[in-house]
Design a protein around this ligand. Structure first.
Ligand code: HEC
Ligand code: HEC
Ligand code: HEC
Ligand code: HEC
Ligand code: HEC
Length: 412
């Protein structure tokens, strides 16, 4: 016993000596490198939302806890991309490619409680050299919930809500309609800033909304993306006006499965197809016109991630399904990322903008034998990018949002 203890003591003394020398060595090194400057965090997206405490009357900050009483809202949130912003295959793939850059998680798992480390600053302003220390309040399960209830509802031990009705709830509540407004959405959906010359944040949905006619009409992120529902918030309280929490946006689903388009998706585009002239014969020139009208989105279509794009395809074919003429158009922003990020062009459809696209052709067969087809797809990324991120075949990259076939002469 004693021998063993001695050995342990000897070993620990050795280890201690090693640590001490190691430590003083690195101190010497630090003295040599006097040039290291710790640049503090100043921008809101550089910082996590500070560690939050569990409000009185509740057992945890987790969405599951809230769902114990607010069951409907919990199930809606589970369907929303907000709850998937961490486990999302594309996020995990891109985040790894970006060397697990800490700023990413300030929007994807924004509470400090959801982050393993507390970031104190950047060495010489370099985003890839954060000065960090372990976070004693890190909660692994809460991290998985990504943009969880507490991100939008818990501050300083109080639940922030739209009514401020503390009479019936088991937890303290505070009414703050200014906090629960489009400003909250824009803290993540409206950040146009630079991390370094090749890495920029380009979410401009808020700016696009501000320049649209919608703010004047009193329509904002919440009125469109959180439609009103009259229902009970818990099994034991009375029905009242509440908001849906599914946050339906793009048509492209997040996981492979039965659904090729997001359930309850509201298409922002109104699509009209015309054929002219109304009377044609063999040899005439003719046009198919497709109007894309951004009638329902309070911002550009597509918005958000700069990789999103729309493809419109117009094709003329005969009765034997032989394609006689085919054309396609892309609606997107185009960027050059290297040697520095520069936006080259942007032809996305602004709110309320209408644009016509044409296919012109000569009637080369009996008009009764001719058909045309119009297909519009919403794309999350190109096949090339999906391949590069190792997502091809395991992650949905597009959805067909419109597909119609018409007879040339009757138009139906
Ligand atoms: C034990 C049941 C229970 C749990 C758990 C619970 N709530 Fe509540 N909550 C209520 C009740 C009851 C009300 C009042 C409903 C009403 O008045 O219609 C309420 C009201 C609210 C309101 C509206 C506040 C207002 O008056 O403006 C919000 C927001 C809210 N809860 C969010 C949460 C969140 C987020 C969680 C989890 C962190 C949570 N709740 C956990 C029972 C619960
Ligand atoms: C903490 C940051 C954050 C806040 C606050 C936030 N969002 Fe999001 N939102 C995200 C992220 C990140 C995603 C994408 C998640 C993914 O695709 O994995 C997203 C996705 C969405 C989508 C779905 C987009 C799609 O691809 O279909 C909609 C719609 C949306 N948010 C609307 C809102 C609205 C409205 C608000 C305000 C009430 C809001 N968001 C607040 C970060 C945020
Ligand atoms: C007038 C209603 C309206 C308003 C206001 C509005 N949206 Fe949308 N939003 C839509 C519609 C409709 C779509 C679906 C567009 C489509 O067909 O792809 C959409 C799509 C989105 C998407 C998914 C885009 C993509 O390509 O992945 C996000 C994210 C989003 N909205 C966020 C916001 C935010 C944030 C605000 C406030 C700044 C906002 N929206 C304001 C109606 C609206
Ligand atoms: C992205 C932000 C966001 C997330 C995440 C979120 N909420 Fe909300 N929630 C809101 C906003 C904004 C409102 C207020 C809408 C309004 O103006 O009436 C709201 C309202 C509520 C209300 C009051 C009733 C109502 O519907 O207006 C309850 C209760 C509530 N949320 C519970 C939850 C629960 C539970 C979760 C998680 C399962 C959750 N919320 C997740 C933004 C969010
Ligand atoms: C300022 C907040 C913010 C930061 C920082 C941020 N994101 Fe996001 N991210 C968002 C929002 C908002 C969306 C949803 C955009 C939309 O669909 O319109 C999103 C969506 C995504 C998506 C899904 C795109 C899609 O097509 O559905 C991926 C992947 C992603 N982010 C990766 C990252 C990575 C990697 C980083 C760090 C380099 C990062 N994000 C940093 C806010 C942010």
């Amino acid at each position: 016993m004693l021998k063993k203890l001695k050995l342990i003591l000897l070993l620990s003394a050795l280890i201690f000596a090693f640590i001490v020398t190691g430590c003083s060595d690195s101190e010497k090194n630090n003295q040599k490198e006097k040039t290291v400057e710790i640049v503090p965090l100043t921008k809101h997206w550089e910082k996590a939302i500070p560690n939050q405490v569990i409000p009185k009357g509740l057992k945890s900050l987790s969405a599951e806890e809230c769902g114990g009483c607010h069951k409907d809202i919990y199930l809606e949130w589970r369907r929303a991309n907000h709850s998937k912003a961490w486990e999302d295959l594309q996020f995990q793939a891109e985040w790894k490619k970006d060397k697990k850059l800490w700023v990413c998680i300030n929007c994807h798992t924004p509470l400090q409680n959801q982050q393993e480390f507390i970031i104190l600053g950047k060495e010489n302003g370099d985003y890839f050299k954060p000065v960090k220390r372990p976070n004693p309040n890190f909660d692994y399960n809460l991290q998985k919930e990504a943009i969880t209830c507490a991100v939008c509802h818990v501050r300083d031990g109080v639940i922030i809500g739209p009514y401020g009705n503390s009479g019936t709830s088991p937890h303290p509540v505070k009414k703050d309609n200014d906090f629960l407004s489009s400003k909250l959405c824009m803290s993540c959906h409206n950040v146009l800033d630079e991390v370094n010359p090749t890495l920029v944040c380009t979410f401009g949905t808020g700016e696009e909304w501000k320049e649209s006619p919608y703010p004047l009409a009193g329509q904002n992120c919440i009125s469109c993306h959180m439609p009103s529902v009259y229902r009970r918030l818990t099994s034991y309280t009375r029905a009242r006006w509440t908001r849906q929490h599914t946050f339906i946006g793009s048509a492209v689903p997040k996981t492979m499965g039965r659904d090729t388009i997001v359930k309850d998706y509201v298409r922002g585009l109104d699509i009209k197809v015309r054929f002219s002239p109304s009377h044609i014969s063999l040899g005439d020139s003719a046009f198919i016109t497709v109007s894309l009208f951004n009638q329902r989105a309070g911002h550009y279509i597509p918005t958000g991630d700069p990789e999103h794009f729309i493809v419109l395809q117009i094709r003329l074919m005969n009765k034997d399904n032989r394609i006689l003429k085919d054309t396609s158009f892309t609606v997107a922003q185009k960027w050059k990322w290297w040697p520095e990020a520069v936006k080259l062009s942007d032809n996305r459809l602004k709110a309320m903008e209408i644009r016509d696209y044409y296919l012109a052709f000569k009637v080369s067969e009996q008009p009764e034998r001719l058909f045309y087809e119009v297909i519009v797809t919403m794309n999350r990324m190109t096949t090339k990018i999906a391949e590069y991120a190792n997502l091809l075949g395991s992650y949905p990259i597009k959805a067909v949002i419109y597909k119609q076939r018409f007879k040339l002469i009757t138009g139906d």
